[in-house]
Design a protein around this ligand. Structure first.
Ligand code: NG1
Length: 533
């Protein structure tokens, strides 16, 4: 899937989507025309995603199981003449966000500096700003495609419109970065031969500009998805994606995934040093210490991941490529070995399962300066204790649940008996419940509202329910029989205090069923001479 070209459509009819989505596309072109007095030449579209299972394990290089959702980001854009004022004007269709203007500048080359960026854009990483993600998308396009000596990029007018709630774990940030990257590529005529895999790589690197050291799940799901299937995305040894049909569509009655927003906004970029980035560091250091304990060879300067430690441990080979057949058994066995990361009994007795920075450095076997260089020089983190043992237990057990979830989907046959279909849904739901418990108890990425909402979902008839995305707020995803969705929504509304005053459209905004949608694409309007009507 990653080798396929990013789709470029020249007519809305080629877009295999629902009417509602098509309508929205027309609206954004009209709004662009009203604002800028001419037609857009392209619309770049990137969907959000819901992660069905596999949380916080993409940056440990274990496979995850997301699906694109129908909600998306659309960016309509058109070039201005090269002799016009340089840079980008980007407006937001939501009137609460003011228009932004920015102009990247060519960097002054420093003698002897390696891997220096050719372009600079000022991105504010201290607050959550939608335009930072637009800029992040532009960054990679400039630095990959407009190197020294090449012509300057075209000035651009843009209008962005989105239906993915921000800070909700549905990857609105990745969708903006992907749509922005695609839009800038298109308008500068750089889309030729662009594969989905390459676009994912660029978008992942771009998102790091906003200060989050993310794994690649969101960008891969936003780019590679196709309707009706979830994706099993693996990152090791390289990014690859397998489309997996969900048995939920084949059961009688069918089941759907229902997203419910806790309405707790989690600002991943701003809280990165005590949450997301801290987890990235804890899992990386945990992997080094586990490797030491298991006698697995790693390079002194190597930031090895849990996935690599597992692979080398199973195969006894320093450069193994990890055969999947052995993965499940390997994960079960390594979960026993993880006990060796448990802090000494006296600290455990005092309720402290974490280690201090000093203890962590000692355990790593590296001198302090090398430790800092390897694990802390590229990221800011803040904690009194680092919970390596619990993080490792979450990562390996979650990786195992993803494989079990995938196996259940692959094994369920279109002609399954109703009783076995029901068993499959129950088994999928149980894995989702265990995943939530692990996120909450071991990875500490839940919050009271998410715990409450998932418990309420289970009590309201869901087969299973869990937080989705980074957590600490944002959305839950629940597996619910399609015939029970309305009743389920009503029960959530009655039971979750933040929903009590919501009815009609307002309630549909925060609790909604979703089916896997298509991935990112570009609609090229200039071919037809006019924007689509
Ligand atoms: P959200 O915050 O839901 O977009 C983040 C990361 C993912 C993954 C999940 C946790 C980014 C862009 N995304 O997702 O890569 O690590 O958390 O599973 O940072």
């Amino acid at each position: 899937m990653a080798e396929l070209l990013v789709p470029v459509y020249t007519s809305i009819d080629q877009v295999n989507e629902r009417n509602e989505q098509t309508q929205k596309r027309i609206k954004v072109a009209e709004e662009f025309r009203a604002r800028y007095g001419r037609n857009p030449t392209y619309i770049a579209r990137a969907p959000g995603r819901v992660n069905l299972i596999g949380e916080h394990i993409d940056y440990a290089l274990f496979g995850v199981f997301p699906a694109a959702i129908e909600r998306d980001i659309l960016i309509a854009l058109a070039p201005r003449p090269l002799n016009d004022q340089p840079g980008v004007i980007v407006a937001n269709a939501d009137p609460k966000y003011a228009e932004q203007r920015f102009s990247p500048s060519r960097a002054i080359a420093t003698a002897g500096a390696r891997d220096q960026d050719a372009w600079l854009i000022d991105i504010n990483t201290n607050e959550l700003r939608w335009d930072s993600y637009v800029k992040a998308g532009y960054y990679g396009v400039l630095n990959n495609f407009f190197r020294e000596g090449e012509s300057d990029p075209t000035p651009v007018d843009m209008l962005i419109s989105g239906t993915i709630p921000a800070g909700s774990g549905l990857s609105s940030s990745a969708a903006i970065v992907v749509a922005s990257t695609l839009g800038f590529l298109a308008v500068n005529d750089k889309l030729n031969g662009m594969t989905k895999g390459r676009l994912v790589e660029i978008a992942v690197a771009n998102e790091k500009r906003v200060g989050v050291n993310s794994g690649g799940m969101d960008q891969a799901a936003s780019v590679i998805s196709t309707p009706n299937s979830a994706l099993y995305i693996s990152f090791y040894p390289t990014l690859s994606a397998q489309l997996i049909e969900l048995p939920t569509e084949r059961t009688d009655p069918p089941a759907v995934f229902v997203i419910a927003n806790s309405l707790v906004v989690s600002d991943k970029a701003v809280s990165a040093k005590t949450q997301y980035n801290l987890r990235v560091v804890e899992t990386l250091v945990g992997a080094r210490i586990l490797a030491n304990r298991l006698g697995v060879k790693i390079g002194r300067q190597e930031k090895v991941t849990f996935r690599e430690v597992l692979g080398r441990w199973i195969s006894g080979d320093e450069r193994e490529s990890g055969k999947e057949i052995e993965m499940e058994k390997g994960l079960e066995s390594i979960l026993e070995e993880v006990e060796s990361l448990k802090p000494p009994p006296e600290t455990v007795a005092s309720g402290q399962l974490g280690v201090t920075m000093e203890e962590m450095i000692n355990l790593s076997g590296l001198p302090q300066s090398e430790f800092h260089q390897l694990y802390l020089s590229w990221v800011e983190v803040e904690a009194t204790h680092f919970h390596l043992y619990n993080r490792a237990r979450h990562v390996f057990s979650e990786a195992l649940r993803v494989l079990q979830f995938r196996n259940l989907c692959l094994k369920s046959q279109p002609c399954s008996q109703p009783s076995s279909a029901e068993e499959t849904l129950q088994a999928l739901g149980n894995l989702m419940n265990e995943s939530h418990r692990s996120c909450s108890d071991l990875f500490d990425c839940s919050c009271p509202e998410l715990d409450e909402l998932t418990a309420l979902a289970r009590a309201s008839g869901a087969y299973g329910s869990r937080l989705t995305g980074a957590g600490w707020g944002g959305c839950t995803v629940s597996l619910v029989s399609e015939s029970k969705v309305e009743d389920f929504k009503n029960k959530l509304r009655a039971g979750y205090s933040r929903y009590r005053d919501l009815t009609g459209e307002k309630l549909n905004e925060v609790v909604f069923a979703t089916k896997p949608s298509s991935g990112a694409f570009v609609l090229q309007l200039e071919v037809l001479g006019v924007a689509q009507k």
